[in-house]
Design a protein around this ligand. Structure first.
Ligand SMILES: Nc1ncnc2c1ncn2[C@@H]1O[C@H](COP(=O)(O)OP(=O)(O)OP(=O)(O)O)[C@@H](O)[C@H]1O
Length: 292
């Protein structure tokens, strides 16, 4: 059996290289051959994943959510997809959180051979696969403006601070949403779309979502005045935002989103395609190693 490690040496405060040998040793206990490939630039992880897919049983992405997305972009379209594993070295690590993995890389490496294969859903937006979230509106626009030094210093909190600040700016967009043949039209500040319970590192965003339920979960958040925002913030932290009278929740398998305004999506924390977009879910599409 063969395993391939795809390592982004620049990820997570550049600690990837020090974990590399540890993981290689661990995988060698089970796999006859372990190959280590280091990325140098954007696109390498996708290319490596495509090149090795036909001849490997396991691909391990070692980096942040960006590296993971690149590996998934490589293997998802293939007919024969190797099993995927992930060592979380990024700032937010939405995917690891959604799968209940420890966020300490050493722990994941120590436990990886005990993890079980689990078939998880993938989302598909235009020509791109995603594991966790698509966000549209004020917060995602602000996410693209968070400087990388702030991400390094404050981690997910940097996104939350920027998000709350932006919500209070009172911007609204005119959305037109079709979901499984039904229709929603109205003004909103943000549309959050998730496959799992986590968005931007916040647990319980979609408390009922599991990574393999075959559903797209949607939350539509209207424009909020400062006082409403202050009232809503604790609910957001406690995972009770969906009980708020202010937000609208939907679940579906296919979704199209357009808006009067020229908005750009944020896919798993990175800039994604412009509206209009079509989003579908590919149920239990990818096999990943997870703690349970
Ligand atoms: N050797 C390299 N040097 C610099 N950048 C690289 C290298 N290899 C890959 N990259 C790019 O680094 C980008 C960021 O990687 P990734 O998201 O995995 O880590 P991160 O930024 O630390 O994590 P997070 O996004 O969670 O903060 C990827 O989009 C990838 O294309």
């Amino acid at each position: 059996m063969k395993a391939v490690m795809i390592v982004n040496p620049s990820a997570g405060k550049e600690k990837a290289v020090s974990y590399k040998e540890h993981l290689e040793r661990e995988l060698s206990k089970k796999y006859d051959e372990v190959e280590v490939l280091e990325t140098r630039q954007e696109g390498d992880a996708t290319k490596f994943a495509i090149d090795c897919a036909a001849t490997t049983d396991l691909v391990v992405a070692m980096g942040g959510d960006g590296t993971l997305s690149e590996v998934i972009m490589g293997i998802a379209p293939l007919e024969k997809r190797p099993t995927l594993a992930f060592i979380p070295l990024g700032t937010v690590n939405e995917f690891a959180r959604a799968l209940d993995m420890p966020l300490v890389p050493e722990e994941v490496i120590d436990e990886i051979l005990t993890y079980k294969p689990r078939n998880i859903d993938l989302g598909y937006i235009e020509d791109q696969y995603f594991t966790n979230s698509v966000t549209i509106g004020t917060i995602p626009r602000a996410m693209h403006e968070v400087p990388s030094e702030a991400k390094t210093m404050f981690g997910p909190f940097a996104f939350v601070m920027k998000g709350v600040q932006t919500l209070a700016e009172n911007e609204n967009y005119h959305f037109d949403i079709t979901y499984d043949g039904k229709h929603w039209k109205g003004e909103a500040a943000i549309v959050m779309i998730g496959l799992t319970s986590y968005i931007a590192g916040l647990e319980h965003f979609f408390p009922n979502a599991t990574p393999d339920d075959g559903l797209i979960h949607v939350m539509i958040i209207p424009e909020l005045g400062f006082s409403e925002l202050v009232k809503l913030a604790p609910d957001l932290w406690k995972g009770k935002i969906m009980e708020s009278e202010h937000v609208q929740m939907l679940t579906c398998k296919t979704l199209t989103v357009s808006a009067k305004e020229p908005l750009v999506t944020n896919v798993n924390g990175d800039e994604g395609p412009k509206l209009p977009v079509e989003i579908t879910v590919k149920p239990q599409f990818l096999t990943v190693l997870a703690p349970h």
